[in-house]
Design a protein around this ligand. Structure first.
Ligand SMILES: Nc1ncnc2c1ncn2[C@@H]1O[C@H](COP(=O)(O)OP(=O)(O)O)[C@@H](O)[C@H]1O
Ligand SMILES: [Mg+2]
Length: 368
């Protein structure tokens, strides 16, 4: 279906004046749609949910409906006491009251409100930006802290279940082609040793949940810097977007994942490992921003595990890259044969850099 025709199904007033690609997302197809009336303009976001990544788009929309309703009510209630106007996209329904449209090809399309005059960066810009990212994630966790996690469906079963990734790694390791790859590469053998030495890390969070120390709540699921909107006028964080992955989980996983991407200025594709290091200044700034918003829901037990989260997430992603390399690059797209091995080495280096700074990271967390 032609996109302008598709847009007519949604309850929007005015005439469509432009429809153009928006942002640098690499999962969904995202467009900016601008509608105009004589005196007003409405800017909206049209998105096709990636059906290859998300097997149950209808479940995602049902989750999004419930979560945004909960958060919008809370935002309204807290508006007068908040230090800024926090935002969250709203679903624009179809003229007959549905949350999305399924086209003949099976794709699911939705329209959500645009966070105006704001942008998401692909990398942490500086300490102030990192602090705002922390504040946005902390405030998001605050918004969903009293939402019942059993009322949503899991959009990506197995995502961020480290023991599951370790089991997949072990299964791959038992295959002859993995053995051949290990035989052929000293770097690969080094990565295998790295994993062996950290097997216990993989179960730290599962064990803590089993012991009743940590409780599953609502999490964002993909809190990378590119999903955090910064207000262009005030330079303050204003919204968390990309709500497809919102689900029940541990806030630690979001926290660790955000720091994993924010505190590695060299990026995930860095070729020169000497440049890969965990930036503690950005970490401190992020944590300051996060803690300022998290005081009402973060327990002492939660705090005690924040360092483990920072260490775990690069390990988990490195393990996934390395397993995919050994399995023959089935999951992550590659442009060269050794790319997944190189990506794994970046994450493992980042993990080592965190381990080397353990004392200092723990004390910076304790100081906040
Ligand atoms: N509600 C919104 N307001 C403003 N920009 C948005 C909004 N939703 C998405 N974008 C822009 O589109 C990009 C991709 O959207 P996103 O929902 O993050 O999809 P993906 O899963 O592909 O990353 C974002 O990084 C952002 O730049
Ligand atoms: Mg995104």
């Amino acid at each position: 279906m032609e996109l302008p025709l598709l847009l007519q199904e949604f309850a929007v007033e005015g005439r469509l004046v432009t429809l153009q690609p928006l942002g640098n997302g690499n999962v969904n197809d995202t467009y900016l749609a601008v509608f105009r009336n004589t005196f007003t303009e409405t800017q909206l976001v049209l998105q096709r949910i990636n059906g290859k990544v998300f097997p149950t788009p209808a479940a995602i929309m049902s989750n999004m409906h419930k979560i945004t309703a909960h958060c919008h009510a809370k935002l309204e209630k807290e508006l007068d006491t908040a230090d800024r106007v926090w935002q969250m996209p709203r679903i624009v329904q179809t003229r007959d009251g549905r949350d999305c449209v399924q086209t003949d090809d099976g794709a699911y399309w939705r329209v959500i409100t645009l966070i105006p005059s704001a942008r998401a960066y692909d990398r942490a810009q500086n300490a102030e930006h990192a602090m705002e990212c922390g504040a946005v994630l902390g405030h998001f966790h605050h918004l969903v802290a009293d939402f019942d996690p059993t009322s949503v469906q899991d959009p990506l079963p197995g995502f961020h279940v480290t023991p599951g990734y370790l089991a997949a790694y072990d299964a791959t390791l038992a295959e002859p082609k993995a053995a051949a790859k290990l035989d052929a590469s000293m770097e690969a053998r080094r990565c295998a040793r790295f994993v062996e030495n950290r097997r216990r890390l993989a179960t730290v969070f599962q064990d803590a949940v089993d012991r009743g120390e940590l409780r599953r709540r609502m999490v964002h699921g993909d809190p990378k810097v590119n999903n955090i909107m910064i207000d262009e006028f005030t330079a303050k964080g204003t919204a968390m977007i990309d709500l497809d992955t919102v689900s029940a989980g541990l806030v630690h996983i979001d926290f660790g994942d955000a720091l994993r991407s924010i505190c590695n200025p060299a990026g995930e594709e860095e070729q020169n490992l000497a440049k890969v290091r965990f930036d503690e200044d950005l970490c401190l700034a992020f944590c300051k921003g996060y803690m300022a918003e998290a005081s009402d829901f973060l327990t002492d037990a939660d705090r005690a595990y924040l360092y483990d989260a920072i260490r775990l997430l690069p390990f988990e992603l490195g393990l996934r890259f390395f397993q995919d390399y050994l399995a023959g690059d089935v999951y992550f797209k590659t442009r060269s044969p050794e790319q997944n091995l190189a990506r794994a080495r970046v994450q493992f280096r980042l993990c080592e850099s965190i381990e080397a700074r353990e004392r200092s990271i723990r004390s910076l967390i304790d100081s906040l």
